[in-house]
Design a protein. Sequence first.
Length: 481
Amino acid sequence: MDRVLKLLGMRYAIAALVLVGLAALYGAASFSRPGNAVEKGRSEPVNAAVMVCPGHEGGRVSVQSLPQKRTGGRLDVAGTRGGSPLASMTAPGQGWDKDMGTTEDSFTVRATGALAAGLEAEQTTYWPRGDDRGLAGDRCARPGTDLWFLGPGPLAADRLDLYLTNVDAQPASVDVTGLSGEGPLDTTEGRATPVAPYSTSVIKLGGQPEGLGDIVKTARDLALNVHTTAGRVAASLRVRIGKKKGVEWLPLSPEPAGSVVVPGVPGGDGQRKLLVAVPGEADARIRVRAVTADGAFAPQGQDTVEAPAQSVTSVDLAGALSGRAAAVRLDSDRPIIAGFSAARGADVAYGTATERLGGASGASAVVSDDRYDTSVVLTAPAGRAAVQITTMDAQGKGAPQNVEIGAGRTVETKLAAPQGSGDKGYGAVITVKPGSGPVYAARIMAKGKGDGYLFTVLPLMPAPTAVRLPPTGDSQTALIR
């Protein structure tokens, strides 16, 4: 009997100790968490950012930070493999650019504090002659784990180079798959591609030596998916249509969605083609609307597109747009990825769906170059909109201009370099005014005329200035998380 009572006493003592331990842990967690025990979701400013410019092909690397009241932080531009910084900044609103030669390395932009919020970095290459003749612009890539590109495949281009950069200390592993007009493109050849820490791997697509030709060689139109199974990578995809027929960097597409807007379809003559990819396993029915300076309309005979699952569908828009700058609005019953291809003169350009401008700061940054004719194509698909565009020199000084966009209209506005910029780059900050309707935008840079016309299109994304934190609760679930 004494032994039974002793065992029972030990069990109760252990249970009491467990309860005391849980109470201590719970109390310590409540004590160490600032603010209320139960907190609603809130926004916090972005305090760290990384972008990767692919380097290799040379060109001008440009950086622009958003002007803001918040101070503190630092921005450094350096080779991904290491070494002394090429440039450093400590004040928000400043810009920097430098012409780079061809190199085997990429360039990494790292920013902290106020300089990380709304950071923009771009790489522009201009070759007036030679096999790679063309004007090409690329937004330097942010690292991610699931990335999409939409554009031409090897049947339409003679060279596709995929640049994968690992900015972290841990190795990354990448699966590369694709979709074509005939369906999915997936083989073991694109699986488990390694990317070493602080390095860039260049993968040649389309049947070239040491490439992944078996994956994409049958594709005329291509949706390429870069998915990491370990780590994260920054990805850029360069296209050369043919010798002296144009080069471009494909813009990174947002994740699939049911309703998207593709801005910045350039005006003028030449081919204009809408591209739509359906990653899912069910066919999509898509409603198409074009938005020009004259208003929004459904292209005749193309107002509805039936797009097969796990494939890429193309639609010729040249006749419907009649040389007008435009955006295309797509509403689908299935998640889709959308973009466009454009050819004019001796060059090509590509665009993609974007998110509406604005966000926590209401502003977005873009980099321009006084060597080229530059314009911004703005579209307000629903409701009147108004923006302020401020062009700035490297010290953040400049003058604003106001632009209004009618409901269901597209407006193209030329940008003028601030005084004293010379042939250097300059920044432009687009601020969506309070009460404005949604605005979607792209930047166009061009040089030359006729058969010598070269151009590039850069879809504009909202500046990532804040991150939304989920609500927290004073519960055991919150402790476990």
